[in-house]
Design a protein around this ligand. Structure first.
Ligand SMILES: NC(=O)c1ccc[n+]([C@@H]2O[C@H](COP(=O)([O-])OP(=O)(O)OC[C@H]3O[C@@H](n4cnc5c(N)ncnc54)[C@H](O)[C@@H]3O)[C@@H](O)[C@H]2O)c1
Ligand SMILES: O=c1ccn([C@@H]2O[C@H](COP(=O)(O)OP(=O)(O)O[C@H]3O[C@H](CO)[C@@H](O)[C@H](O)[C@H]3O)[C@@H](O)[C@H]2O)c(=O)[nH]1
Length: 336
């Protein structure tokens, strides 16, 4: 029987793109997802799917055995920042406690390789916007704090139990599979590029621009947007690194370039050929003014070469996906 790579959260946005990247690289995945925010249809046909939680030790033990799991890509998490402020214990349970259960199951099953989805939120609001992996970690919300705690627990487990862990700290993930096989499906999205595409297509009335008085060139927040397909491929490279006996790594995943909220809105207008209605609103609590990755280490350590390092391409792929979703929803309404 084929050995498989377990993708936790593989029915979610980034996990479903990672499943495609594994398939494209000839690596067999198995998906574990509790469908709390993911969708079953995001898992391609033919990929084994198990519905359940990373916090279920017995389920994990059986899954590891049945599918001869050789490595884990661990995406499953809770990740909405304001929700983490309102429900911190749920975030600590899912992002920390359930990750501990997964790590324990790996140790017991002799699975030694794990790639962990971390986040730029571990840096909090740094004094200088450009951060490398050695910048102090000072999360400013329970989401970032729980992800940092999980990173540290995994590093301790790695040292004690011979696990090898690559923690990838993603910056702002956006866009959709260029072949149209996957995209951001989660309803009630809050991410800027998704929200702006919805506004361009008339699916929401307008975009609120949170804060126009930041110390940035145009006063709006600046972020480092990374195409989800480049990020998915970084996971395959991280896996290869571990398969070849490489040691633990913590790596930023971004392009090293920032774009303001207004620049993003202009890019969506260029791609759609339509105005994006926007109004200015106060700063959103917990938002740093600017966050940009120093991203050389991932390139050096993994040989990762991004292919979509361009805001217009990211936005165009997100918009194409959003248009298809709108068409599908309309068809379903007409059939109902
Ligand atoms: N989207 C971003 O911009 C971003 C940025 C930095 C880091 N991340 C990290 O990337 C990962 C994936 O995020 P996403 O944007 O794809 O979110 P998502 O909500 O689309 O995907 C998360 C998936 O995990 C599943 N899940 C949650 N808890 C689970 C559990 N206990 N057991 C099994 N399945 C569970 C959900 O059903 C969902 O399918 C997360 O770990 C997140 O913290 C995301
Ligand atoms: O409707 C909106 C949505 C966002 N923004 C602004 O756009 C920027 C990006 O915001 P958003 O897309 O919500 O992402 P972030 O809050 O930067 O957080 C994302 O990127 C982080 C890493 O940088 C991850 O840790 C988080 O999980 C992920 O949600 C920020 O300046 C926001 O204030 C708006 O002005 N209007």
């Amino acid at each position: 029987m084929t050995a498989r790579v377990l993708v936790t959260g593989g029915a979610g946005y980034i996990g479903s793109h990672a499943v495609l990247a594994l398939l494209d690289a000839g690596i067999a995945p198995v998906v574990l997802d509790d469908l709390s925010t993911g969708l079953r249809e995001a898992v391609p046909p033919g990929v084994p799917f198990v519905q359940g939680s990373t916090g279920d030790a017995a389920l994990l033990a059986g899954l590891f055995r049945r599918h001869r799991v050789s490595a884990v890509l661990h995406f499953a998490a809770s990740l909405v920042v304001p929700e983490s402020v309102a429900r911190p214990l749920d975030y600590w349970r899912n992002n920390v406690a359930n990750t501990l259960v997964l790590a324990q199951a790996c140790v017991e099953a002799g699975v030694r390789r794990l790639v962990f989805s971390s986040t730029a939120a571990v840096y909090g609001s740094p004094p200088s916007p450009l951060v490398d992996e050695d910048a102090p970690c000072a999360p400013i919300n329970p989401y970032g704090a729980s992800k940092l705690a999980a990173e540290r627990a995994l590093a301790d487990a790695a040292a004690a139990h011979g696990l090898s862990v690559v923690a990838l700290r993603y910056f702002n993930v956006a866009g959709a599979d260029p072949a149209g096989r996957a995209g951001q499906r989660r309803p009630g999205a809050t991410h800027l590029i998704k929200v702006a595409c919805e506004a361009a297509l008339g699916k929401r009335p307008a975009v609120e621009v949170f804060g126009t008085d930041y110390p940035t060139p145009d006063g709006t927040g600046v972020r480092d947007y990374i195409h989800v397909t480049d990020l998915a491929r970084a996971h395959v490279e991280a896996l290869r690194h571990l398969m070849m006996g490489g040691g633990p790594l913590t790596l930023n995943c971004g392009y090293g370039r920032g774009h303001s909220v207004l620049e993003v809105l202009r890019a969506v207008e260029r791609a759609s050929g339509r105005p994006v209605p926007a109004h200015f609103a106060p700063r959103r609590p917990g938002d740093p003014p600017a966050l940009i990755a120093r991203a050389d280490r991932a390139r050096e350590a993994l040989g990762w070469r991004p292919a979509f390092d361009d805001l217009d391409r990211i936005v165009a792929s997100a918009l194409t996906w959003e248009g298809r979703e709108a068409a599908t929803q309309q068809r379903q309404l007409l059939q109902a």
